[in-house]
Design a protein around this ligand. Sequence first.
Ligand code: ADP
Ligand code: MG
Length: 269
Amino acid sequence: MTCAPRRVAAANTAVTPAIEAEGLHKRFGNLEVLKNVNFRANDGEVVSILGASGSGKSTFLRCLNLLEMPSAGQLRIFGEEVQLRPVGGNLRIADRKQVDRLRTQVAMVFQNFCLWSHMTVLDNLMEAPVHVQRRSRAEVRDEAEAVLKRVGLIERTRAYPSQLSGGQQQRAAIARALIMKPRVLLFDEPTSALDPELVGEVLKVMRDLAEEGRTMLIVTHEMAFARDVSSRILFLENGQIGAEGSPRQLFGGGVNERFDQFISRFNQG
Ligand code: ADP
Ligand code: MG
């Protein structure tokens, strides 16, 4: 199944950078995991991040969201430079308020859902808007229900995570991200923990979000999905960008030998 071609900005339409990383480095002790990564995702782009296990994909996403502190480099979110200061070989947050504010604009969806097991689906969604953003319960409840409808979970509002399938749990986690009205969605292998028959329902929700023109960065091993939905592919190799281009360019083959080898493993499977 192929999506309609994604919106392409006309030549005279202003392009808004959503997330930019410049000279991004990340070290864990002596292990250099990201090496001078320069990257920009524009507003409305869907970028799939592909690469072998251990190539630094999760670390890259986590640095963009400051769940992991980069060792060096600059980050900009919608043009605003994140204030970071060097301390003993790593960067630290220099302005906590700024980061709290920017973090609400960049939501992350994890492989293992990370729902709170002691809360219903509805309460999982309402927790941050009500307790962190201090918004009214009634208003948030209406929004939560609307978001749950969109991901096809309105029937399971009162269920606990353990009563849901993996696919439903991941859709609940996506709903929990959406209710914060983020401007960018980061997905770290959102379907890798799912039984194969449940992958499709999560990819469908993501496909719908992509078609709405949302800015999304997706680490995935779902090659057909990445090829169909992405406006751009980023191939990470040993902490560096090994190749970058449109799905058509890269999946067409012949651009980067190592990328071709990488995807041939999936084609055989
Ligand atoms: P990927 O998501 O592409 O599989 P990761 O970003 O998870 O790769 O990991 C890249 C490398 O960084 C791996 O060698 C991994 O073992 C290492 N790594 C990741 N997180 C940590 C950490 N918190 N401490 C030490 N090493 C880490
Ligand atoms: Mg990973």
